[in-house]
Design a protein around this ligand. Sequence first.
Ligand SMILES: Nc1ncnc2c1ncn2[C@@H]1O[C@H](COP(=O)(O)OP(=O)(O)OP(=O)(O)O)[C@@H](O)[C@H]1O
Length: 816
Amino acid sequence: MMASRNQNRAPRSPSSKRGDGDGVPLDKRRRVGAGVGKTAGSERKPFGSVNKKLEAAASSADASSKDASESSCIEFTKEEVEALVNEKAKMKRFDLKGNLEATTELNSRLKLCLKWCQKREEGHVEEESKLRNDLESYQKRCEDTEVEMRRVEEVSRTTIVELTKENASLKEKLSKEESEKLAAVESYRKEHEARIALETEKASLSKELEEANKKVIYDQSLASLDAVTNNNLKAYNESLQQYSAKLHSDLVTTRNLLQRVEQEKAAVVENLSTVRGHKQSLQEQLAISRVSYLITLDINVFNKCQASQDEAVNMKHSLVTEVKCLRGDLQQVRDDRDRQLAQVQDLNAELLKYQENTGKSQAELDVLISKAQLLEETCSSHRKQISLLEQKLTAANEKSKTLDMTAAEARTGFEEQRRIVSELQERLADAEQQLLEGEKLRKKLHNTILELKGNIRVFCRVRPSLPDDARADTQVVTYPSSLESLGRGIDVMQNGQKYPFTFDKVFSHDASQQDVFVEISQLVQSALDGYKVCIFAYGQTGSGKTYTMMGRPEAPELKGLIPRSLEQIFQASQVLMSQGWKYKMQASMLEIYNETIRDLLSPNRSSSCESSNAPGKQYNIKHDANGNTHVTDLTVVDVSSIAEISSLLRQAAQSRSVGKTQMNEQSSRSHFVFTLRIYGVNEGTEQQLQGVLNLIDLAGSERLSRSGATGDRLKETQAINKSLSCLADVIFALGKKEDHVPFRNSKLTYLLQPCLGGDSKTLMFVNVSPDPSSVGESLCSLKFAARVNACEIGVPRRQMNLRPAIAAVDSRLSYG
Ligand SMILES: Nc1ncnc2c1ncn2[C@@H]1O[C@H](COP(=O)(O)OP(=O)(O)OP(=O)(O)O)[C@@H](O)[C@H]1O
């Protein structure tokens, strides 16, 4: 933007202070010439070499055209020219011819010299125009380069923003992917663990199942064995029962036999007792017979009786033998019976035992069967569980495979993202490098442009019409539409006469706060680069100075240059931190009211306080050798954020001296000076810098005749106009390069001395009201601004001429 303004700049006049083409300033060359002339005049040395040249040329002057061209090639030094000019023809009293010749010869030499001078002059003019063209083309190149650099910077910035965004989103994506991957890995690990646990469980269950199967088989074999044993036992039992029954029947038979034998024995015993009774009776009969035999002497009968006795004895013997036999038989039967009974008892005991055993085995078998059933149930449930687990395992395996695949995909994606990120980082680093280089180039170009333009520039801003403004048929303020003046020209009509002005930039009434800020943002940036920057607003009361400088901070769109500049400074300082810069910032705010400095941040100063400052405070302005300005006892606050500054600005705004004037409801009755000191250190490059940003809202100039002020207001107005008049004096003295510049004539000019006369980059806003009734004041302000614009103050110098119309009215510039 600055470049384009420069493009339209008026061409430098031939009377510019630059040299006439040979690179040596004219005044310097003149001084050299004068010195030589003096020497030549005082010493009057003969001009050996030139005379020889001239004589040679003169002698062949009219010989041929070749000689003429040769004579035109003769070169003169300054001394020779001076000598020739000072030379007088040597006249002899009575030698008219000789005198004529000498005069002619001198004339011809002078003519040659004149020719040479003319040629040299032409050469110089040509060279000058060439240099001018060069300069213009250089300026154009600079502007092109600046535009290109801006574009590159813009592109780089956008790229960086995009890359940063992309990087952030990629990082976010990456972290998301990583967390997903971690979650996947975690779930895979869990699945794996679960799988291992399941496998172990499965193995243990399989083992258990195997054991249970074995046990079942064993139990089954045991059960079958038991069944076999049971069957055997049953069979045995049956056989035993049969045997027992047989034994019973045998026993019954034996008993019957025994009974019969007993009966027989009883019969035998009875028989025997009968026999015994018979024997007894026989014995008795015998005894009686014996007695009778004796008595009656019948021996036959006795014999008979003897025979019958013998027979009875024989019978008795046979019966005894038979009884013995029967007894033996009986004993044998009894023994058999006892044995069989014992056998039966044994068998019974065995049967009982067996039955007991069988019962036990049956119970055991039942227990085993129930156990086997239970085990089978457990096995089947285990089998089910195993199949379920197997299903789960397959699912888990599949999931694990999918996860593996996803993890692999995520890994490749991650690798890809990492590659992209590293590529982006490289690109970002490249872009940052480019940006750094661009930034360096920008600074260089910006400074070069500022050098070319001069270190004080003037922007003009016209406020929109307000309801209270006077109405007029024609517009007082207009803007030329010619290409040359577009955006830089402003025309003011007064009494039918047009007064044209040109500034570095002209903002019409519809320019927004942002439009204005864009134009000064580079300048503000310079403060961070270590420059002293001063921006001040000048203009009649009610023309929009406070609106331009401070605006309405509560409405973002309407914020003025001060809050916007500070925001930029803080934002840019944050960006520069990435390049190793660390900044410390200190803010102070003062007002100059009736030629008195007031500390707007003093803790002792209450809001809307009209009284002077805290007692004992000495607000003296001091300039050090480095061109830094300090105000003693002034409150300086360390600030590190825009919020802090905003609160300080609010505090200062409340403390500022404001009053109502005929021209402005809320008129600033003092000069407001905001100072931000910026100390920067780059730990990487060991660079240090100290920048200063001065943002000044001057009190409004006002014609006493119009203001209608009286009393304190009159005093205020006089003080304001006096200090502004001092400002004008300083600027004019600087413009005229006067030895004495009256900086000390007012507090304002003394405070601004380093900005106006030093190495600061200074920008003046001239605020103009479109109100037809203020046209006089507007013209006054614009004339003053034009004068400032035409001044070369500080170093480097600025090449700029006043436009004629402005020059004509300059002399009428005054205040109050
Ligand atoms: N560009 C603009 N757009 C809209 N309103 C504006 C503009 N400039 C000034 N104004 C309005 O004009 C009025 C006067 O402006 P301001 O107070 O800024 O003038 P000033 O030059 O600071 O006056 P003083 O020197 O008396 O303090 C205010 O109401 C302000 O809002």
